[in-house]
Design a protein around this ligand. Structure first.
Ligand SMILES: O=C(O)[C@H](CS(=O)(=O)O)OP(=O)(O)O
Length: 246
């Protein structure tokens, strides 16, 4: 199956038709994927990935504040009027337990919406890496690791996470027949995989958002396999399909 995996470097690096009937893992390490995984781990009932502010405000008017909440950011900053931003550390159990979260972010939620033709969409991060690897090991279909990136550009942390998934799937021995995207991600992971945290602390993201996003967020999002939560999109809502809350 490893030869059936390819990697898209950003949410804008593919045509939506390329996704049709494939299994997609959307990876947005900083921070949408990490936030979704954490919110579900902390008891959120589900997450609705919103395309943009207009859609979010339309939907929010019909929401019952007791069961829904709005999370999201623009350029990393919490959107005015939203309950939370896009930090996983804000999505604590006492805040999100039992809630359905409307999530509106710059890259990650848009990447999910661009994959609407997929056979299935799973959300991947370092936090649930082993759960992603285990799920893919039992899948017999073409897999696309869709890295959200940033505004159409590649993000180091997303490609590193894709490379880590590929490295685990092939147990560090990537066959020559692997797809180019898989080879690039695997090679990046071989180079930086021993020190994910420091590689990410010198990434474009960390430099760009150094005054907005805390080092605590970066360090949190670099932890590997701290949960078995496996977020999957079903009928418009992202929920945990592993059901093995720790
Ligand atoms: O909220 C985030 O951490 C980023 C902000 S930015 O687009 O990288 O400036 O958005 P995300 O959609 O989580 O990549």
């Amino acid at each position: 199956m490893i030869n059936q995996i390819d990697v898209f470097s950003s949410a804008h690096s593919f045509k939506e038709e390329d996704i049709r009937d494939k299994a997609v893992v959307m990876i947005d390490v900083l921070r949408a994927s990490s936030t979704m995984v954490t919110a579900l781990q902390n008891g959120a009932k589900g997450i609705i990935a919103v395309e943009d502010m207009d859609e979010a405000s339309k939907i929010s008017h019909n929401l019952d504040a007791k069961s829904f909440m709005m999370s999201g950011e623009k350029n990393g900053v919490t959107i005015d009027g939203y309950d939370l931003g896009n930090s996983p550390l804000e999505h604590t159990e006492d805040v999100v337990n039992g809630k359905t979260i409307m999530l509106n972010t710059t890259n990650g939620t848009k990447a999910i919406r661009r994959c609407s033709l997929a056979d299935q969409i799973i959300v991947g991060s370092f936090l649930n890496l082993d759960a992603i690897v285990e799920y893919l090991q039992n899948l017999d279909e073409e897999v696309l690791l869709v890295c959200a990136g940033w505004r159409g550009r590649l993000s180091l942390e997303d490609i590193l996470c894709a490379g880590n998934i590929i490295y685990e799937l092939c147990e560090g021995d990537l066959p020559n027949e692997a797809r180019d995207g898989a080879k690039v991600a695997f090679g990046l992971y071989e180079k930086f995989g021993d020190d994910i945290e420091n590689s990410i602390k010198s990434s474009n993201y960390a430099v760009r958002l150094k005054d907005i996003v805390s080092e605590d967020d970066l360090e949190y999002c670099c932890q590997r396999s701290i949960t078995d939560i496996l977020p999957a999109l079903k009928e418009g809502i992202i929920t945990d399909i592993n059901g093995k809350k720790q």
